[in-house]
Design a protein around this ligand. Structure first.
Ligand SMILES: Nc1ncnc2c1ncn2[C@@H]1O[C@H](COP(=O)(O)OP(=O)(O)O)[C@@H](O)[C@H]1O
Ligand SMILES: [Mg+2]
Length: 255
């Protein structure tokens, strides 16, 4: 049965989507069966996996949350081997439409249960907010991965996020854990980055992944080709870092 991991941080631009796509693709390279769910109305994860959202026939996560569409019907197979459930602008409206629905926080969890056995990991790329979409992701998940940039305000939003995780654990999803904190866009020449990185390790100890994702232009270029970096430029620093992250997660799971 798939382990479901939400990739979450209510800050935008910290590397959630980049991590979702490239961790998913790295896991595929390791022979794992992977589903990536785009929960952000911006649809960046969908486009980054090569899906053309302009096609009117694309079934999306909106259809799953608000209509009768099943998860199996919404899955799109992509060239990199990642199965994707896409998002587009419709999802922005879903937040309001869900307000009147009974069990609105449980929609995603219910929708995913029939396909859980088809995958080894399901990754959910969350929007940059602690809204009903993120709550749906957290309720459906086993754990939360938090990408962070090691900069001055990085730690600020973290306590709100961790308290949200705690509240969900106390109410809707008792098994939810923190999978790990991932340092992204890291620049080791920057003294502040190193200082924030040390603070993270002091506060969160082993929850901080050993693997660090460096700042690497290949990671920023790859989405415009609709490819994960492990396909676009497998020898780049960015590709090697995400492969190392996949290996770290797999070895933690095995131990
Ligand atoms: N390690 C990295 N090196 C260079 N650019 C990166 C890296 N990670 C992300 N980016 C770029 O930074 C921007 C924000 O990243 P993104 O993954 O979209 O963040 P989020 O999903 O948290 O908003 C994007 O343009 C992305 O291509
Ligand atoms: Mg994003």
């Amino acid at each position: 049965m798939a382990k479901i991991i939400s990739i979450t941080n209510q800050k935008g631009g910290v590397g959630k989507t980049t991590t979702s796509i490239n961790l998913a693709a790295s896991m595929v390279k390791r022979g794992k069966r992977i589903l990536l769910i785009d929960m952000d109305p911006q649809g960046n994860a969908s486009v980054g996996c090569g899906v053309d959202l302009a096609t009117t026939s694309v079934t999306t996560i909106y259809d799953l949350l608000l209509l009768e569409t099943t998860a199996a019907e919404a899955v799109i197979k992509t060239d990199s081997g990642i199965d994707v459930i896409c998002a587009n602008g419709d999802l922005a409206g879903a937040q309001v439409e869900l307000l009147n629905e009974i069990g609105r926080e449980l929609r995603l969890q219910k929708a995913l249960s029939p396909i859980r056995d088809d995958y080894d990991y399901i990754f959910i790329d969350c929007p940059p907010a602690l809204n009903v979409l993120t709550i749906n992701a957290l309720v459906a998940s086993d754990s939360v991965m938090i990408p962070m940039q090691c900069e001055y305000f990085a730690l600020e939003g973290l306590s709100a996020l961790i308290s949200t995780v705690r509240k969900i654990r106390e109410t809707l999803n008792p098994q939810l854990t923190i999978e790990g904190l991932l340092r992204t866009m890291f620049d080791g020449r920057n003294g502040l980055s190193n200082e924030v990185s040390r603070q993270l390790q002091t506060h969160f100890g082993e929850k901080v992944y050993t693997t660090i994702i460096p700042r690497n232009v290949r990671l920023a270029e790859a989405p415009s080709y609709g490819e994960p970096v492990v396909d676009y430029d497998p020898s780049s620093k960015g590709a090697r870092a995400y492969m190392a992250l996949a290996d770290e997660i797999l070895s933690l799971a095995a131990s």
